[in-house]
Design a protein around this ligand. Structure first.
Ligand code: MEV
Length: 405
């Protein structure tokens, strides 16, 4: 299909309007709107949006919009989703959308500060919720805990952790508002002074999980074994775990970016969670089931929303969410975890089998052809020839351009 044909098909499936189809084609964001989002704007940065197909999560079909510059990611996710679909699709579950907000209070006597703060439990909660925009949506600050640091190079401190149910938002603004709201009361109660009032990106009360199965008939016994062997290195070696998790985030970030969510926040949470027991490890797990199938699972924090902030301000983010069709932030998080798991297996399957480069080569060759100045049909022709010759270099692409033209 051509780009326009694909777009129209997705438009039909997702009930997109003519305006939305037009916005998808151009990226949606105007310079005027861009100028309202950040400072000192001089233009707009474009990324391709591809659709990963075949995804079924908890029995529901999803088209997955992915904004990413890296070749092979969309194809690999679609391919693995198809294999998983044949065994019933992904199963996902999520925690309540609970974010953590931190208020750091430097005090002399941590135990007495802790007791005074706990004794003012109801007053602190009421104040934290007083200005929260989440309350009218059924969310808000549910509870808090007090963490104690007896010593540090700047003295003792307590840290109040607010647990904020952010409903369908990412929640950063509301969490920060609540943290700031309680700071003066905490100073008054403890006689200490507050420094930080900000959310924590280690959103470990907002976890998403996904699991799946791929038939051994689709992979073969040997590949299942090789994948488990490859997985094992990511369990014991941070050098491999970092790359393994990068592959997971290739999928998750692409959807997070397409929906204009804060991908740095999701990244920070994922990697901090991967190191939660002191050693940085794989976020996913792959094993051979008793019948020889490959079974996989993943668990990570997903602090992403479907309302609020840039999500509703960016035209193509709204369209991406419409294509995705998720109704709540937890449903979104379950889909994201499934995409991450699929992406991870896509990489492991290639790495444990033929290696990553073969599949990459042709797509990479197209980028090299474009970089050498090829346009239109020249791109495919030169990319194909360089792949055939196994000589994918910018110099070769320039030679081929000159030979023809
Ligand atoms: C490349 O973007 C991602 C991989 O390196 C992931 C992995 O090694 O598992 C292929």
């Amino acid at each position: 299909m051509s780009v326009a044909e694909r777009r129209n098909l997705v438009g039909e499936l997702a009930n997109l309007t003519e305006n939305e189809l037009g916005a998808l084609a151009t990226g949606g964001l105007t310079p005027e709107l861009a100028n309202r989002l950040v400072e000192n704007v001089i233009g707009i940065h474009g990324l391709p949006i591809g659709i990963a197909a075949n995804f079924m999560v908890n029995g529901r079909d999803y088209l997955i919009p992915m904004a990413i510059e890296e070749p092979s990611v969309v194809a690999a996710a679609s391919h693995i989703a198809k294999l998983v679909r044949d065994t019933g699709g992904f199963t996902a579950s999520t925690d309540a959308p609970m974010m953590i907000g931190q208020v750091q209070v430097l005090v002399r006597d941590v135990e007495s500060a802790r007791e005074k703060i706990l004794a003012a439990h109801d007053e602190i909660l009421a104040l934290a919720n007083a200005k929260s925009t989440l309350v009218e949506f059924g969310g808000g600050v549910r509870d808090f805990e007090v963490r104690v640091f007896h010593e540090s190079r700047v003295g003792a401190m307590v840290v109040v952790h607010l647990f904020v149910d952010v409903r369908d938002a990412m929640g950063a603004n509301s969490v920060n508002t609540s943290c700031e709201a309680i700071a003066p009361l905490l100073e008054q109660l403890t006689g200490g002074h507050v420094v930080l009032r900000i959310l924590s990106n280690l959103a470990d009360r907002r976890l998403a999980r996904a699991s799946c199965r791929v038939s051994k008939n689709d992979l073969g016994d040997e590949l299942v074994t090789r994948i488990v062997e490859a997985q094992t290195l990511a369990e014991i070696d941070p050098y491999r775990a970092a790359t393994h998790n990068k592959g997971i985030m290739n999928g998750i970030d692409a959807v997070v970016v397409a929906t204009a969510n804060d991908w740095r926040g999701v990244e920070a949470g994922a990697h901090a969670y991967a190191a939660r027991d002191g050693q940085y490890r794989a976020l996913s797990q792959w094993d051979c089931a008793a019948n020889g199938d490959l079974i996989g699972s993943i668990e990570l924090p997903i602090p992403s929303g479907i309302i609020g902030g840039t999500v509703n301000a960016h035209p193509s983010a709204k369209i991406a969410l419409k294509i995705l069709g998720v109704k709540t932030a937890p449903e979104f998080a379950g889909v994201l975890a499934s995409v991450g798991l699929a992406q991870n297996l896509g990489a492991l399957r290639a790495l444990a089998g033929e290696g990553i480069q073969r599949g990459h080569m042709e797509l990479h060759a197209r980028q090299i052809a474009i970089a050498a100045g090829a346009t239109g049909e020249q791109i495919e022709r030169i990319a194909e020839q360089m792949t055939r010759e196994k000589d994918v270099r910018i110099t070769r692409a320039k030679e081929l351009l000159e030979i023809r033209d």
